[in-house]
Design a protein around this ligand. Structure first.
Ligand SMILES: Nc1nc2c(c(=O)[nH]1)N[C@H]1C(S)=C(S)[C@@H](COP(=O)(O)OP(=O)(O)OC[C@H]3O[C@@H](n4cnc5c(N)ncnc54)[C@H](O)[C@@H]3O)O[C@H]1N2
Ligand code: MOO
Length: 399
């Protein structure tokens, strides 16, 4: 047994903490919306497509063949007010509006235009009614919900919103402040003489936007509790949530817990039954004062692999809560048998390990899984959480 809050419960607490105060929606230009979480439903303002159009280059035909061919219709032309009469055809481009009365579109490779401008199908009978016609409203009726609030916008969703006529979208993008602690942590120069280079600041600077949040400040604080409290209070005034690294355990220089208390916060998750990352903590109300609720905080351990594993475990659900997104993706929730080559589960403890695909696409351990190591996660396709119920693949945004 490792002790600590069970893995799933810690994730639920983190998500619920964020979901209790989802951040205020902001409008962002469409081109900046990918990766962010939608704050309001997007509905089709008109049928999609808005008009009946040809799905192929060829001829739009009415009645039976042969057809007398008239003027071409191009994409961008106004829908024609004059219906196409039986026995007539018009050359038509993919996406061009189809006139009323049309039977079907005959693809250009399926027809022959004779010298007398009469069109005949190569196959007897010609196209069946409706062939290669895109009816108006085929994809959506007017007023139909295209994208639901809470969804993370991918490139397809951005393209759909653009097609629906949006030029900006309401999203929830939480503002995070990251405080990297540790007197021994250096941002420049080489490690040595007891010092280490900061591995976590740069990683979190990449992770935060990959989670669909905004990094407003990334700062370094030594192991001085007064300085740390000051930083937490300042952060609570600007941020929707705070992330600290290091000092989360109970060593002589581990000050994060004391600083949280001094900054008015309350620890909800003091440690998690997981390896690595056991000392990770989740707190609420940092910076709380009369008339101000304070903000959530996730205290990541200093050991680098532990920090990244716990970021995927509790920081990601907290951010999803703040975004108004559901707790975990269905892919993350799905349990798999523990894949070959991975360690068996340990009672009462969730192990989080980096994995990569082998040449056949099967997950294999990366090695270098010590809590202070980084070569494993550097080579990883993701993280896998193993417990007595099986294996679950966690999202590792920005990997
Ligand atoms: N007596 C016990 N000691 C420890 C326990 C325990 O249960 N009992 N838990 C261990 C576990 S598990 C972890 S994880 C670490 C986490 O401790 P902290 O969060 O307090 O981390 P630090 O002590 O500040 O640092 C640990 C390690 O990581 C290096 N570090 C810190 N920040 C960075 C950074 N930004 N970039 C690169 N490396 C960093 C730091 O120099 C230390 O080597 O506690 C165990 N102890
Ligand atoms: O939980 Mo710690 O990350 O094993 O060293």
């Amino acid at each position: 047994m490792t002790g600590g809050v069970p893995f799933d419960e810690a994730r639920s607490i983190a998500h619920a903490l964020g979901a209790a105060t989802p951040v205020r929606p902001i409008d962002v230009p469409l081109a900046q919306a990918a990766g962010l979480v939608l704050a309001a439903d997007v509905v089709a303002p008109r049928p999609m497509p808005a008009f009946a159009a040809s799905a192929m280059d060829g001829w739009v035909v009415a009645g039976s063949s042969p057809w007398r061919v008239g003027e071409a219709i191009l994409a961008g032309d106004d829908p024609c007010a004059v219906p196409l009469e039986a026995g007539r055809a018009r050359p038509i481009a993919t996406g061009a509006p189809v006139p009323a009365g049309a039977l079907a579109v005959l693809r250009r490779e399926h027809g022959r235009l004779d010298a007398d401008r009469m069109l005949r199908p190569l196959e007897p009978g010609g196209p069946p009614p409706g062939a290669d016609l895109r009816p108006a409203g085929e994809e959506a009726d007017q007023g139909e919900v295209l994208l639901r609030a809470g969804v993370r916008l991918g490139i397809g969703a951005v393209a759909l919103a653009a097609a629906a006529g949006c030029s900006s979208l309401a999203v929830r993008r939480p503002r995070l402040v990251v405080v990297v602690t540790g007197d021994e942590v250096r941002t420049v120069g080489e490690a040595g003489g007891g010092a280490v280079r900061d591995a976590l600041g740069p990683a979190l600077a990449a992770l935060v936007p990959a989670l669909g949040a905004e990094l407003v400040v990334l700062e370094h604080a030594g192991d001085d509790v007064d300085v740390l409290v000051e930083r937490l209070l300042a952060a609570s005034a600007t941020a929707d949530a705070i992330v600290t690294t290091g000092g989360s355990s109970h060593g002589p220089a581990d000050l994060v817990r004391a600083a949280i208390a001094a900054a008015g916060g309350r620890i909800l998750v003091p440690e998690v039954a997981m390896r690595p990352g056991h000392p990770v903590l989740v707190a609420e109300g940092v910076g709380a004062a009369p008339g101000c609720d304070g903000v959530p905080l996730v205290g990541l351990p200093g050991n680098p692999l532990a920090a990244l594993a716990t970021a995927a475990t509790v920081l990601a659900p907290l951010v999803r809560g703040l975004q108004g997104a559901p707790p975990a993706t269905p892919a993350e929730r799905r349990r798999h048998p523990i894949p070959d080559g991975f360690p068996a589960s340990r009672p009462g403890c969730t192990m989080v390990l980096p994995w990569r695909s082998d040449d056949d696409g099967a997950p294999v351990p990366t090695g270098w899984t010590g809590s202070g190591m980084l070569r494993g996660i550097a080579a990883a396709d993701g993280l896998v959480a193993i417990d007595e119920t099986g294996a679950r693949f966690l999202d590792l945004p920005g990997r």
